[in-house]
Write a protein that binds this ligand. Structure first.
Ligand SMILES: [Zn+2]
Length: 439
Protein backbone atom coordinates (compact mmCIF):
# COMPACT_ATOMS: atom_id res chain seq x y z
CA UNK A 1 0.00 0.00 0.00
CA UNK A 2 2.70 2.45 1.04
CA UNK A 3 4.87 1.35 -1.86
CA UNK A 4 2.00 1.83 -4.29
CA UNK A 5 1.45 5.38 -3.03
CA UNK A 6 5.18 6.07 -3.14
CA UNK A 7 5.54 4.89 -6.75
CA UNK A 8 2.39 6.74 -7.80
CA UNK A 9 3.61 10.01 -6.27
CA UNK A 10 7.07 9.57 -7.83
CA UNK A 11 5.36 8.95 -11.17
CA UNK A 12 3.64 12.33 -10.92
CA UNK A 13 6.98 14.18 -10.85
CA UNK A 14 7.01 16.40 -13.93
CA UNK A 15 10.47 16.66 -15.47
CA UNK A 16 9.53 19.53 -17.75
CA UNK A 17 8.07 21.56 -14.89
CA UNK A 18 11.17 20.86 -12.81
CA UNK A 19 13.44 22.00 -15.64
CA UNK A 20 11.35 25.12 -16.31
CA UNK A 21 11.51 26.10 -12.63
CA UNK A 22 15.26 25.43 -12.65
CA UNK A 23 15.69 27.82 -15.60
CA UNK A 24 13.61 30.51 -13.88
CA UNK A 25 15.66 30.20 -10.71
CA UNK A 26 19.07 30.17 -12.38
CA UNK A 27 18.24 33.47 -14.13
CA UNK A 28 18.28 35.18 -10.73
CA UNK A 29 21.82 36.39 -10.07
CA UNK A 30 23.01 34.71 -13.26
CA UNK A 31 26.75 34.77 -13.95
CA UNK A 32 27.43 34.15 -17.62
CA UNK A 33 25.40 31.37 -19.17
CA UNK A 34 25.74 28.77 -16.46
CA UNK A 35 26.65 30.21 -13.06
CA UNK A 36 24.87 32.13 -10.32
CA UNK A 37 25.94 34.65 -7.70
CA UNK A 38 23.39 34.64 -4.91
CA UNK A 39 25.26 35.14 -1.68
CA UNK A 40 23.18 35.00 1.47
CA UNK A 41 20.86 37.92 2.22
CA UNK A 42 21.66 39.77 -1.02
CA UNK A 43 18.91 41.06 -3.28
CA UNK A 44 19.43 38.07 -5.60
CA UNK A 45 18.99 35.65 -2.68
CA UNK A 46 15.80 37.46 -1.64
CA UNK A 47 14.51 37.45 -5.21
CA UNK A 48 15.04 33.70 -5.45
CA UNK A 49 13.10 33.26 -2.19
CA UNK A 50 10.31 35.49 -3.52
CA UNK A 51 10.10 33.38 -6.67
CA UNK A 52 9.70 30.09 -4.78
CA UNK A 53 7.32 31.81 -2.36
CA UNK A 54 5.20 32.93 -5.31
CA UNK A 55 4.95 29.32 -6.52
CA UNK A 56 3.77 28.35 -3.04
CA UNK A 57 1.21 31.14 -3.08
CA UNK A 58 -0.11 29.99 -6.48
CA UNK A 59 -0.60 26.52 -5.01
CA UNK A 60 -2.18 27.88 -1.84
CA UNK A 61 0.52 26.41 0.39
CA UNK A 62 0.96 28.39 3.61
CA UNK A 63 4.38 29.93 4.18
CA UNK A 64 6.10 30.74 7.47
CA UNK A 65 9.47 32.29 8.33
CA UNK A 66 11.60 32.33 11.46
CA UNK A 67 13.92 35.01 12.87
CA UNK A 68 17.03 33.91 10.95
CA UNK A 69 15.13 33.88 7.65
CA UNK A 70 14.46 30.15 7.21
CA UNK A 71 11.30 29.69 5.12
CA UNK A 72 8.87 26.78 5.40
CA UNK A 73 6.22 25.92 2.81
CA UNK A 74 3.57 23.53 4.04
CA UNK A 75 1.36 20.96 2.35
CA UNK A 76 -1.16 20.00 5.03
CA UNK A 77 -1.65 16.41 6.10
CA UNK A 78 -4.69 14.57 7.32
CA UNK A 79 -3.52 14.92 10.92
CA UNK A 80 -2.29 18.46 11.17
CA UNK A 81 -1.18 18.14 14.79
CA UNK A 82 1.51 15.62 13.85
CA UNK A 83 5.07 16.79 13.27
CA UNK A 84 5.76 17.28 9.54
CA UNK A 85 8.08 15.38 7.24
CA UNK A 86 10.44 18.09 5.99
CA UNK A 87 12.53 18.26 2.82
CA UNK A 88 14.51 21.13 1.33
CA UNK A 89 17.90 22.77 0.98
CA UNK A 90 19.12 26.32 0.30
CA UNK A 91 18.91 29.01 -2.40
CA UNK A 92 22.01 31.03 -1.53
CA UNK A 93 25.19 30.35 -3.51
CA UNK A 94 28.92 30.96 -3.49
CA UNK A 95 30.01 34.36 -4.96
CA UNK A 96 30.57 32.69 -8.34
CA UNK A 97 28.70 29.45 -7.78
CA UNK A 98 26.58 27.00 -9.68
CA UNK A 99 22.87 26.80 -10.34
CA UNK A 100 22.43 23.37 -8.72
CA UNK A 101 24.10 23.44 -5.28
CA UNK A 102 21.16 23.91 -2.92
CA UNK A 103 18.74 25.05 -5.62
CA UNK A 104 18.24 21.49 -6.84
CA UNK A 105 17.22 20.34 -3.36
CA UNK A 106 14.67 23.14 -3.04
CA UNK A 107 13.28 22.50 -6.53
CA UNK A 108 13.06 18.74 -5.98
CA UNK A 109 11.35 19.35 -2.62
CA UNK A 110 8.81 21.72 -4.13
CA UNK A 111 8.27 19.28 -6.99
CA UNK A 112 7.53 16.59 -4.38
CA UNK A 113 4.68 18.71 -3.00
CA UNK A 114 3.31 19.29 -6.49
CA UNK A 115 3.64 15.60 -7.37
CA UNK A 116 1.73 14.63 -4.21
CA UNK A 117 -0.99 17.01 -5.39
CA UNK A 118 -0.81 15.62 -8.92
CA UNK A 119 -1.17 12.05 -7.69
CA UNK A 120 -3.98 13.07 -5.31
CA UNK A 121 -2.08 11.64 -2.37
CA UNK A 122 -3.41 12.65 1.04
CA UNK A 123 -0.58 12.10 3.49
CA UNK A 124 -1.15 11.45 7.16
CA UNK A 125 1.53 13.91 8.21
CA UNK A 126 2.01 17.40 6.81
CA UNK A 127 4.93 17.76 4.38
CA UNK A 128 7.07 20.90 4.40
CA UNK A 129 9.70 22.42 2.14
CA UNK A 130 12.46 24.14 4.13
CA UNK A 131 14.55 26.87 2.49
CA UNK A 132 17.47 27.24 4.88
CA UNK A 133 19.07 30.66 5.22
CA UNK A 134 22.77 31.20 4.53
CA UNK A 135 23.93 27.64 3.99
CA UNK A 136 27.08 28.63 2.11
CA UNK A 137 28.69 30.82 4.75
CA UNK A 138 30.77 32.67 2.15
CA UNK A 139 29.44 36.12 3.07
CA UNK A 140 28.52 35.53 6.72
CA UNK A 141 30.21 32.76 8.72
CA UNK A 142 29.51 30.10 9.77
CA UNK A 143 28.17 27.84 7.06
CA UNK A 144 24.70 26.22 7.57
CA UNK A 145 23.79 29.25 9.69
CA UNK A 146 20.00 29.02 9.34
CA UNK A 147 19.67 25.33 10.11
CA UNK A 148 22.21 25.60 12.96
CA UNK A 149 20.16 28.34 14.61
CA UNK A 150 16.97 26.36 14.04
CA UNK A 151 18.21 23.33 15.97
CA UNK A 152 19.84 25.40 18.71
CA UNK A 153 23.44 24.64 17.74
CA UNK A 154 24.15 28.36 17.12
CA UNK A 155 22.68 31.22 19.19
CA UNK A 156 20.50 33.58 17.12
CA UNK A 157 22.25 36.72 18.38
CA UNK A 158 25.66 35.36 17.45
CA UNK A 159 24.39 34.57 13.93
CA UNK A 160 22.79 37.99 13.46
CA UNK A 161 26.01 39.72 14.55
CA UNK A 162 28.19 37.98 11.96
CA UNK A 163 29.55 40.63 9.58
CA UNK A 164 30.53 40.50 5.93
CA UNK A 165 33.73 42.03 4.48
CA UNK A 166 31.97 45.42 4.20
CA UNK A 167 31.06 45.40 7.89
CA UNK A 168 27.35 44.76 7.31
CA UNK A 169 25.85 42.38 9.83
CA UNK A 170 23.68 39.42 8.90
CA UNK A 171 20.90 40.99 10.97
CA UNK A 172 21.09 44.27 9.01
CA UNK A 173 21.19 42.44 5.68
CA UNK A 174 18.27 40.20 6.63
CA UNK A 175 16.11 43.21 7.45
CA UNK A 176 16.32 44.26 3.79
CA UNK A 177 14.31 41.20 2.84
CA UNK A 178 10.85 42.09 1.62
CA UNK A 179 8.67 39.10 0.99
CA UNK A 180 5.33 40.92 0.97
CA UNK A 181 2.68 40.91 -0.37
CA UNK A 182 2.81 37.24 0.50
CA UNK A 183 1.05 36.48 3.72
CA UNK A 184 3.79 35.21 5.95
CA UNK A 185 3.35 33.60 9.36
CA UNK A 186 6.13 33.40 11.94
CA UNK A 187 7.65 30.24 13.26
CA UNK A 188 9.55 29.65 16.47
CA UNK A 189 12.88 27.84 16.34
CA UNK A 190 12.94 24.17 17.15
CA UNK A 191 9.38 23.29 16.11
CA UNK A 192 9.82 19.50 15.86
CA UNK A 193 10.12 17.60 12.60
CA UNK A 194 9.24 13.91 12.25
CA UNK A 195 12.04 13.49 9.71
CA UNK A 196 14.20 15.52 7.32
CA UNK A 197 15.34 14.40 3.86
CA UNK A 198 17.51 16.57 1.59
CA UNK A 199 18.31 16.04 -2.09
CA UNK A 200 21.56 17.58 -3.35
CA UNK A 201 24.09 17.28 -6.15
CA UNK A 202 27.02 15.15 -5.03
CA UNK A 203 29.61 17.93 -5.51
CA UNK A 204 32.16 15.18 -6.13
CA UNK A 205 33.06 12.65 -8.84
CA UNK A 206 31.96 9.29 -7.39
CA UNK A 207 28.45 8.79 -8.81
CA UNK A 208 29.55 9.88 -12.27
CA UNK A 209 32.57 7.57 -12.18
CA UNK A 210 30.45 4.51 -11.30
CA UNK A 211 27.60 5.68 -13.57
CA UNK A 212 24.90 5.38 -10.89
CA UNK A 213 22.05 7.96 -10.78
CA UNK A 214 21.30 7.89 -7.03
CA UNK A 215 23.64 8.19 -4.06
CA UNK A 216 22.30 7.09 -0.68
CA UNK A 217 24.19 9.25 1.80
CA UNK A 218 25.08 7.23 4.89
CA UNK A 219 27.23 9.85 6.61
CA UNK A 220 28.58 13.38 6.35
CA UNK A 221 32.27 13.64 7.08
CA UNK A 222 33.59 15.75 9.95
CA UNK A 223 35.18 19.14 9.48
CA UNK A 224 37.62 21.32 11.40
CA UNK A 225 38.53 24.88 10.47
CA UNK A 226 41.53 26.80 11.76
CA UNK A 227 42.79 30.33 11.29
CA UNK A 228 46.55 30.73 11.62
CA UNK A 229 47.95 34.20 12.23
CA UNK A 230 51.68 34.64 11.66
CA UNK A 231 53.34 37.86 12.79
CA UNK A 232 56.87 38.77 11.68
CA UNK A 233 58.65 42.05 11.03
CA UNK A 234 58.27 44.26 7.95
CA UNK A 235 61.52 45.35 6.35
CA UNK A 236 63.14 46.46 3.11
CA UNK A 237 63.43 43.60 0.62
CA UNK A 238 66.70 44.99 -0.75
CA UNK A 239 68.59 45.73 2.43
CA UNK A 240 67.53 43.28 5.17
CA UNK A 241 69.96 40.31 5.36
CA UNK A 242 68.28 36.93 5.02
CA UNK A 243 69.49 35.82 8.42
CA UNK A 244 67.97 38.84 10.13
CA UNK A 245 64.47 38.44 8.72
CA UNK A 246 61.21 37.43 10.37
CA UNK A 247 59.25 36.83 7.19
CA UNK A 248 55.58 35.94 7.82
CA UNK A 249 55.07 34.43 4.35
CA UNK A 250 58.23 32.32 4.45
CA UNK A 251 57.09 30.98 7.84
CA UNK A 252 53.57 30.32 6.51
CA UNK A 253 54.96 28.40 3.54
CA UNK A 254 57.02 26.23 5.90
CA UNK A 255 53.96 25.56 8.04
CA UNK A 256 51.72 24.72 5.07
CA UNK A 257 54.40 22.42 3.66
CA UNK A 258 54.66 20.45 6.91
CA UNK A 259 50.87 20.40 7.35
CA UNK A 260 50.46 19.00 3.82
CA UNK A 261 52.90 16.18 4.70
CA UNK A 262 51.07 15.37 7.94
CA UNK A 263 47.49 15.60 6.64
CA UNK A 264 47.51 12.47 4.51
CA UNK A 265 46.34 8.88 4.84
CA UNK A 266 46.84 5.69 2.85
CA UNK A 267 43.20 5.55 1.72
CA UNK A 268 43.22 9.16 0.43
CA UNK A 269 40.24 10.08 2.60
CA UNK A 270 41.82 13.10 4.29
CA UNK A 271 40.85 16.46 2.79
CA UNK A 272 43.24 19.31 3.63
CA UNK A 273 42.98 22.77 2.08
CA UNK A 274 44.59 26.13 2.66
CA UNK A 275 42.12 28.23 0.69
CA UNK A 276 42.98 31.68 1.93
CA UNK A 277 46.26 33.49 2.53
CA UNK A 278 46.10 37.19 3.37
CA UNK A 279 49.46 38.96 3.34
CA UNK A 280 50.31 42.35 4.80
CA UNK A 281 51.50 44.82 3.70
CA UNK A 282 51.25 42.87 0.41
CA UNK A 283 53.95 44.82 -1.36
CA UNK A 284 56.51 43.29 -3.76
CA UNK A 285 59.51 44.96 -2.14
CA UNK A 286 58.59 44.70 1.54
CA UNK A 287 59.17 41.68 3.77
CA UNK A 288 55.67 40.55 4.88
CA UNK A 289 54.94 41.45 8.49
CA UNK A 290 51.72 39.46 8.76
CA UNK A 291 50.22 36.44 7.07
CA UNK A 292 46.88 34.93 7.96
CA UNK A 293 45.86 31.60 6.44
CA UNK A 294 42.96 29.22 6.86
CA UNK A 295 42.96 25.44 7.19
CA UNK A 296 39.96 23.34 6.13
CA UNK A 297 40.46 19.75 7.27
CA UNK A 298 37.91 16.93 6.84
CA UNK A 299 37.61 13.22 7.49
CA UNK A 300 34.68 10.79 7.92
CA UNK A 301 36.30 9.07 10.92
CA UNK A 302 36.01 10.95 14.23
CA UNK A 303 39.26 9.51 15.62
CA UNK A 304 41.30 10.57 12.58
CA UNK A 305 39.64 13.98 12.64
CA UNK A 306 40.72 14.39 16.26
CA UNK A 307 44.25 12.94 15.88
CA UNK A 308 45.31 14.84 12.75
CA UNK A 309 43.37 18.01 13.54
CA UNK A 310 45.09 18.26 16.92
CA UNK A 311 48.44 18.40 15.09
CA UNK A 312 47.65 21.66 13.27
CA UNK A 313 48.68 23.99 16.10
CA UNK A 314 51.87 22.11 17.12
CA UNK A 315 53.06 21.87 13.49
CA UNK A 316 52.51 25.60 12.99
CA UNK A 317 54.35 26.42 16.24
CA UNK A 318 57.27 24.17 15.26
CA UNK A 319 57.70 25.98 11.94
CA UNK A 320 57.39 29.58 13.11
CA UNK A 321 60.81 30.61 11.68
CA UNK A 322 61.19 33.31 14.34
CA UNK A 323 57.67 34.69 13.87
CA UNK A 324 54.88 34.77 16.43
CA UNK A 325 52.09 32.31 15.68
CA UNK A 326 48.55 32.04 16.95
CA UNK A 327 46.19 29.24 15.87
CA UNK A 328 42.48 29.45 16.53
CA UNK A 329 40.00 26.71 15.76
CA UNK A 330 36.88 28.33 14.27
CA UNK A 331 34.84 25.19 13.65
CA UNK A 332 34.87 21.62 14.89
CA UNK A 333 32.01 19.53 13.50
CA UNK A 334 32.02 15.81 14.19
CA UNK A 335 31.14 13.31 11.44
CA UNK A 336 27.40 12.67 11.19
CA UNK A 337 25.86 9.23 10.67
CA UNK A 338 22.50 9.59 8.93
CA UNK A 339 19.42 7.64 10.01
CA UNK A 340 19.63 3.95 8.96
CA UNK A 341 15.84 3.58 8.57
CA UNK A 342 15.67 6.56 6.22
CA UNK A 343 18.68 5.43 4.20
CA UNK A 344 16.93 2.04 3.83
CA UNK A 345 13.75 3.82 2.69
CA UNK A 346 15.81 5.68 0.06
CA UNK A 347 17.31 2.39 -1.21
CA UNK A 348 13.86 0.74 -1.29
CA UNK A 349 12.36 3.66 -3.18
CA UNK A 350 15.17 3.73 -5.75
CA UNK A 351 14.74 -0.02 -6.31
CA UNK A 352 10.96 0.35 -6.68
CA UNK A 353 11.61 3.00 -9.34
CA UNK A 354 14.21 0.80 -11.11
CA UNK A 355 16.98 3.31 -10.41
CA UNK A 356 20.44 2.07 -9.40
CA UNK A 357 21.79 3.44 -6.16
CA UNK A 358 25.00 3.26 -4.18
CA UNK A 359 25.94 4.22 -0.62
CA UNK A 360 28.12 7.30 -0.36
CA UNK A 361 29.72 9.50 2.32
CA UNK A 362 29.23 13.21 1.80
CA UNK A 363 32.44 15.16 1.54
CA UNK A 364 30.67 18.50 1.79
CA UNK A 365 28.69 19.69 4.78
CA UNK A 366 24.96 20.32 4.47
CA UNK A 367 21.94 21.59 6.37
CA UNK A 368 21.11 17.90 6.83
CA UNK A 369 24.06 17.71 9.20
CA UNK A 370 22.38 20.22 11.50
CA UNK A 371 18.98 18.56 11.16
CA UNK A 372 20.50 15.21 12.15
CA UNK A 373 20.99 16.74 15.60
CA UNK A 374 17.24 17.11 15.92
CA UNK A 375 15.40 14.42 13.98
CA UNK A 376 15.88 11.28 11.83
CA UNK A 377 17.64 12.59 8.72
CA UNK A 378 18.59 11.30 5.28
CA UNK A 379 20.16 12.63 2.07
CA UNK A 380 19.87 11.73 -1.60
CA UNK A 381 22.67 12.63 -4.03
CA UNK A 382 22.54 12.94 -7.80
CA UNK A 383 25.68 13.11 -9.99
CA UNK A 384 27.16 16.36 -11.23
CA UNK A 385 29.37 16.71 -14.28
CA UNK A 386 33.08 16.04 -13.62
CA UNK A 387 32.32 16.30 -9.89
CA UNK A 388 32.58 20.09 -10.18
CA UNK A 389 30.74 22.32 -7.69
CA UNK A 390 31.15 25.79 -6.14
CA UNK A 391 31.87 26.84 -9.72
CA UNK A 392 29.95 28.37 -12.61
CA UNK A 393 30.73 25.10 -14.45
CA UNK A 394 28.54 23.08 -12.06
CA UNK A 395 26.06 21.00 -14.08
CA UNK A 396 23.54 18.19 -13.74
CA UNK A 397 21.53 16.78 -16.61
CA UNK A 398 17.72 17.12 -16.65
CA UNK A 399 17.32 13.32 -16.48
CA UNK A 400 19.59 13.21 -13.42
CA UNK A 401 17.53 15.89 -11.67
CA UNK A 402 14.35 14.05 -12.61
CA UNK A 403 15.63 10.77 -11.13
CA UNK A 404 16.61 12.50 -7.87
CA UNK A 405 13.28 14.30 -7.60
CA UNK A 406 11.39 11.05 -8.19
CA UNK A 407 13.27 9.20 -5.46
CA UNK A 408 12.84 12.13 -3.07
CA UNK A 409 9.10 12.28 -3.78
CA UNK A 410 8.70 8.54 -3.24
CA UNK A 411 10.61 8.73 0.05
CA UNK A 412 8.55 11.69 1.28
CA UNK A 413 5.30 9.95 0.32
CA UNK A 414 6.40 6.86 2.26
CA UNK A 415 7.51 8.72 5.38
CA UNK A 416 4.37 10.88 5.47
CA UNK A 417 1.95 8.05 4.73
CA UNK A 418 -0.32 6.07 7.02
CA UNK A 419 1.59 2.94 7.71
CA UNK A 420 5.25 3.88 7.61
CA UNK A 421 5.58 7.25 9.28
CA UNK A 422 8.37 7.45 11.84
CA UNK A 423 7.64 7.53 15.55
CA UNK A 424 6.40 10.87 16.87
CA UNK A 425 9.30 13.14 17.58
CA UNK A 426 9.86 13.97 21.26
CA UNK A 427 10.12 17.78 21.50
CA UNK A 428 12.23 17.61 24.66
CA UNK A 429 15.18 16.14 22.78
CA UNK A 430 15.46 19.21 20.55
CA UNK A 431 17.78 20.99 22.94
CA UNK A 432 21.42 21.81 23.23
CA UNK A 433 21.80 18.71 25.39
CA UNK A 434 20.60 16.67 22.42
CA UNK A 435 23.13 18.46 20.24
CA UNK A 436 26.02 17.78 22.59
CA UNK A 437 25.03 14.19 23.10
CA UNK A 438 25.06 13.62 19.38
CA UNK A 439 28.02 15.73 18.43
ZN1 LIG B 1 24.61 23.08 -0.83
Amino acid sequence: MTREVSVRAAGAVDGERLQARHEQLRAIGAVGLTGVSREAFTEADFEARRLVSSWAAERGYPLVMDDIGNLFIRRPGREETLAPIVTGSHLDSQPAGGAFDGAFGVLAAFEALEALDGASVVTRRPVEVAIWANEEGSRFQPTTMGSAVYVGALPLQEALQATDSAGISAGQALRQQELSPLSLGRREFGVPFAAYVEAHIEQGPILESVDVPIGVVTAIQGLRWFTVRVTGQAGHAGTTPMGARRDAVAASVAMIHELSRAMTDAEDRVRFTVGRLDVSPNSPNTIPSTAIFTVDFRHPDASVLARLGDQVAPICMANACGCTVSVSETMNAAPTVLDPAITETIRDTARALALDCVDIVSGATHDAKQMALACPTGMIFIPCRDGISHSVLEHAEPHQMLAGARVLTGVIATLASDSAGPAPFPPSSLTLQGHKGRG
